[in-house]
Write a protein that binds this ligand. Structure first.
Ligand SMILES: [Zn+2]
Length: 379
């Protein structure tokens, strides 16, 4: 176990960023991973509570109980523990327009909630999904190839969330997907920070309901665990010598080693098996706020054992509103937050909650930038 003496040399408080991808309640049907054959279903407790927002024929049948019930419950805990801020990444994309008639419907529909949160120091960011409806097969899938469609989805989606009155500087992509085209486009649109990377992880996706298309595809196979300014030619890595960095900063979510999975929540165990089958030898899984206490403590100790400089002195954790509806979850989240505070206090450094944008601003001077063929930094 790590002790305080291991990281006395670096006294900067631990920075903690909580990111929420504001999606509807688990809009999945049973899906089969194309590589591993693992079937992904909504967790049983969601089915029991009727929260599995299955979609059929493009009807308006998504439910948002995670937003309506889960978020207010979490905010109550957050208000009891002053100083906790969360970054809320809101949908504004083609699917929202198709189902609700407005790209930034989610922003308008729950505007009072977002306004109240923004006023208390939380951040509003953007979470675009490339979910497209195939009229022939009657199923929703992840558009991966049609760049003209993707460009419209991103350009109009961003324009609409910006017009909604919030200062949107950061983005977290739906299904953690990026390609060179999308990272370069975010850069062009003027977004300052992206939080989509799952370092070292790959997902070759699941077949959609029709079996014809894929969903949940991403590739962060050789992405470092620290923040970087991406290469124009490979979004997954920092710009190389001779290249010019993009201006948008990539801040990968935090991961930890997971050698034992028996007591891990099923979704995480599955993610690990998938990453192994997909030849992710790093054997890492994201640190999640709703992980059981024992695994969470192990992840924190692993994090602190490498705590030595700005690029490893922060933790980025993501979650969804529907996670907050799981029985007993808020208690577990409260305990895990206590664990972070306790371990960092014992280390003599303490911790502070930052929004995504605040972390980005703090990190900027510490992340190296490439400036093209004439650079002279020599490394
Ligand atoms: Zn999402």
């Amino acid at each position: 176990m790590t002790t305080g003496s291991d990281f006395k040399a670096y006294n900067e408080p631990l920075k903690l960023v909580l990111c929420c991808d504001v999606d509807p309640d688990y809009p999945h049907v049973p899906l089969r991973d194309v590589n591993t054959g693992i079937i992904e279903r909504a967790p049983a407790w969601m089915d029991r509570k009727g929260l599995n927002g299955r979609m059929a024929s493009g009807e308006k049948c998504l439910s948002w109980k995670g937003v309506e019930k889960g978020i207010p419950e979490l905010i109550r805990i957050v208000e009891e523990n002053g100083g906790i801020k969360i970054s809320w990444f809101l949908r504004s994309d083609w699917m929202m327009e198709k189902l609700y008639g407005r790209w930034a419907w989610l922003v308008d529909e729950y505007r009072d909630t977002w306004l109240k949160l923004a006023k208390s120091g939380h951040e509003i960011g953007w979470h675009p999904h490339f979910q497209r409806y195939d009229e022939h097969t009657g199923s929703w899938y992840q558009e991966l190839e049609d760049e003209a469609w993707i460009r419209d989805c991103m350009t109009i989606g961003f324009e609409n969330i910006r017009k909604s009155g919030f200062d949107v500087r950061t983005v977290k992509m739906g299904w953690d997907f990026h390609g060179n085209f999308t990272m370069n486009l975010l850069n062009e649109l003027g977004l300052e920070g992206d939080f989509s990377a799952n370092p070292g992880m790959v997902s070759h996706g699941f077949k959609d309901k029709s079996g014809k298309h894929l969903i949940n595809v991403y590739d962060w196979s050789h992405t470092p665990e620290h923040a970087y300014f991406p290469s124009k030619n490979d979004y997954r890595i920092p710009a190389k010598k001779g290249e010019t960095s993009l201006k948008i900063m990539e801040m990968p979510i935090s991961v930890h080693s997971s050698k034992r999975t028996s007591s891990a929540p099923t979704a995480i165990a599955k993610k690990l098996v998938r990453s192994l089958m997909n030849k992710n030898f790093a054997r890492k899984v994201p640190i999640t706020l709703n992980t059981n206490e024992e695994i969470f403590q192990k992840a924190m100790h692993e994090k602190f054992s490498r705590y030595s400089e700005p690029l490893n002195s922060y933790i980025i954790i993501d979650f969804h509103p529907y996670d907050l509806l799981e029985p007993g979850i808020l208690k577990r989240i409260g305990k895990n937050i206590d664990t972070i505070e306790r371990i960092s206090r014992r280390a003599g450094i303490g911790c502070q909650f930052l929004t995504a944008g605040e972390l980005m601003d703090w990190l900027r001077p510490h992340v190296s930038v490439r400036c093209g063929p004439n650079e002279v930094d020599g490394d």
